[in-house]
Design a protein around this ligand. Structure first.
Ligand SMILES: Cc1ncc(C[n+]2csc(CCOP(=O)(O)OP(=O)(O)O)c2C)c(N)n1
Ligand SMILES: [Mg+2]
Length: 584
């Protein structure tokens, strides 16, 4: 590979024979290995020992996006993986930089986003003897339990195979996070350029199709056909799979109502006649057969049991998942369908053929009645044009904006800001809603927004609680530096959940959940040359967002929300443990 050969430095004391050879080194082999596999973007923070790796990657034509904190770079890499089905790369320095990236790696693994965290590390000989090296840490051991796979490379000749292993581990089966440990010494190791080029591996079929067994398909279909009140639930695995057409065909052919989990919204439009989103509690309670497609029965679906799911034992579950261990995770899986989503859904469609009895009309009618009732109840709350805004009126404005700009990508985090936006803002296209995922983690906002803009070139609207924004807020500088079409709306209610709490002692310290009152988050972006706006009504909010989306310029809108409008923990206050003593 000529590229690998050219810029390599000659070693300090070359033999005459070596001096005549074309050489490559660890730096170039890492870059060449990534590029060979179609990976052209790196998200990271520079420093010893990877500063030159970033520079050289940029020189080699890669897009290298430098962040202000590794966690945000890691979140960017993770969501790049979700959007592109190629592992997103996060590049960090050793020990503290590595640890900063690790939260994102663990979150990616939990959410099944493919990413590779590449961290430089210190001298093995010193680290292992614990002799106190610069940024000493046994990073490989620490990363292992938090990701799908972790590898360390000691020889330049192994870089090609290590990158290949990392890519395959991240993408195959259930996708997830992979850690690649590159000790400082590796980067300057030299080898013959031709041998180096030959050592690189272009991964063939990194996420092989996994076909479901014919018997499993038949069993699933028999259960589905026997349903009186069937329901399909789409999870973010279904969004990741990019099997959009097959999923649409299955749903429309069977006429079965569907519910989209947060990041699956838009796979079919939320306004689709079969969407049961506005009748969520009814369908979960009353369905008799539930087909899960890339959705897990975790806490977000109340573990498939309890009050949410109606009478105990009243459901049969059919589950499509690539990981067989997912079956029977919380309740019995009547019909497990193990395989990749495209293959499983296509197999179901084929088995159905043209003979489908249709979905019972009384079930469809009951859902439609509940939907109309709930939509009518909500409508006036979304249309109020008052100041200060509450969550509903502000989100009503943003809902219209997304309706008019269905291609925009919506990033969303917070508590009330998240839970209410999820319900209120309809999505119209796949993979346009990116949020806190399975952990409900704060801090994904700016990393996700940056990668969404970089990877798709589409305008991004980041709707952020004021607390949520603080976790990654410094990246507004990154957004301005790279001139990204990101419009951030901070829902400023002066605090976490609400801005009205008082210190119970009456002391001088503020309450634990409140922030500086009437802060002006819009000033932050102005410091970096972006556009700030301060709005107090839905009309002002609409104008400011439209202006930002039209101009494509980095914008931060401080949207004043009634500090008393939110509820504790948004919609999941029931998860808070209660003190019996408090009630004394
Ligand atoms: C990393 C992390 N730390 C802390 C939390 C706990 N937490 C959940 S929501 C939230 C912030 C909610 O406030 P805000 O973003 O302002 O949303 P609001 O309800 O006020 O709209 C926090 C701190 C978390 N989910 N993740
Ligand atoms: Mg808040």
């Amino acid at each position: 590979m000529a590229e690998a050969a050219v810029r390599a430095k000659t070693p300090e004391t070359p033999t005459s024979q070596e001096a005549q050879q074309e050489l490559t080194d660890g730096f170039h082999l890492v870059i060449d290995a990534l590029k060979l596999n179609g990976i052209n973007t790196i998200y990271g923070v520079p420093g010893i020992p990877i500063t030159d790796l970033g520079r050289m990657a940029q020189a080699a034509g890669m897009r290298v996006i430098s962040f202000r904190h590794e966690q945000n770079a890691g979140n960017a890499a993770a969501i790049a993986g979700f959007l592109t089905r190629k592992p997103g790369i996060c590049l960090t320095v050793s020990a503290p930089g590595f640890l900063n990236g690790l939260t994102a790696l663990a979150n990616a693994t939990t959410n099944c986003f493919p990413m590779i965290l590449i961290s430089g590390s210190s001298e093995r000989e010193i680290v292992d003897l614990q002799q106190g090296d610069y940024e000493e840490m046994d990073q490989l051991a620490i990363a292992k339990p938090l990701c799908k796979a972790a590898f360390r490379v000691l020889h330049a000749a192994d870089i090609g195979i290590a990158v290949a292993r990392a890519i395959r581990a991240a993408l195959s089966g259930r996708p997830g996070g992979v850690y690649l440990d590159l000790p400082a010494k590796l980067f300057s190791q030299v080898m013959n350029a031709d041998a180096g080029a030959r050592s690189l591996v272009k991964v063939t079929d990194p996420a092989p199709a996994q076909l479901p067994a014919p018997g499993a398909v038949k069993r699933a279909l028999d259960v589905l056909k026997g349903a009186k009140r069937p329901l399909i639930i789409l999870g973010k695995g279904a969004a990741y799979a990019q099997a959009d057409d097959a999923i649409r065909v299955l749903i429309e052919k069977t006429g079965i109502p569907f519910l989209a989990m947060s990041m699956a919204k838009g796979l079919l439009p939320d306004t689709h006649p079969q969407s049961a989103g506005a009748a969520r509690s009814t369908v979960l309670k009353d369905a008799d057969v539930v087909l899960l497609i890339g959705a897990r029965l975790n806490w977000l679906l109340s573990h498939g049991k309890g009050k949410t799911w109606g009478e105990a034992g009243s459901k049969k579950f059919i589950q499509i998942d690539i990981d067989p261990k997912e079956m029977d995770s919380n309740v019995h899986t009547t019909a497990p369908l193990v395989g990749d989503i495209e293959s499983c859904v296509s197999a179901l469609i084929e088995a159905i053929g043209s003979a489908w009895p249709g979905t019972p009309a009384d079930w469809v009618d009951a859902i439609n009645a509940r939907k109309s009732e709930n939509i009518a109840k909500m409508a006036p709350r979304l249309m109020k044009n008052s100041a200060p805004m509450d969550f509903h009126s502000a989100l009503g404005a943003l809902r219209t904006i997304i309706k008019q700009r269905p291609d925009a990508i919506l990033v969303n985090e917070g508590a009330n800001t998240l839970d209410l936006a999820r319900g209120i803002i309809d999505m119209y296209a796949p993979r346009r809603r990116l949020d806190v995922g399975s952990w409900g983690v704060m801090g994904i906002g700016m990393g996700f927004a940056i990668a969404a803009a970089v990877e798709t070139g589409k305008p991004v609207l980041a709707v952020e609680g004021d607390s949520a924004f603080g976790f990654s807020g410094m990246e507004v500088e990154t957004i301005c530096r790279y001139k990204l079409p990101v419009c951030i709306v901070v829902f400023n209610n002066n605090g976490i959940y609400r801005g009205t709490d008082a210190n119970p002692t009456g002391g001088a310290d503020p309450a634990t959940t409140v922030f500086v009152k009437d802060a002006r988050y819009d000033k932050i972006i102005e410091a970096f040359g972006g556009n700030g706006a301060h709005v107090t009504t839905p009309d002002e909010l609409t104008r400011a967002v439209n202006k930002a989306m039209e101009s494509g310029q980095p914008t931060l809108i401080n949207a004043v929300i009634d500090p008393a409008a939110g509820s504790e923990s948004g919609r999941i206050g029931n998860l808070n443990p209660q003190s019996v003593l408090r009630k004394k």
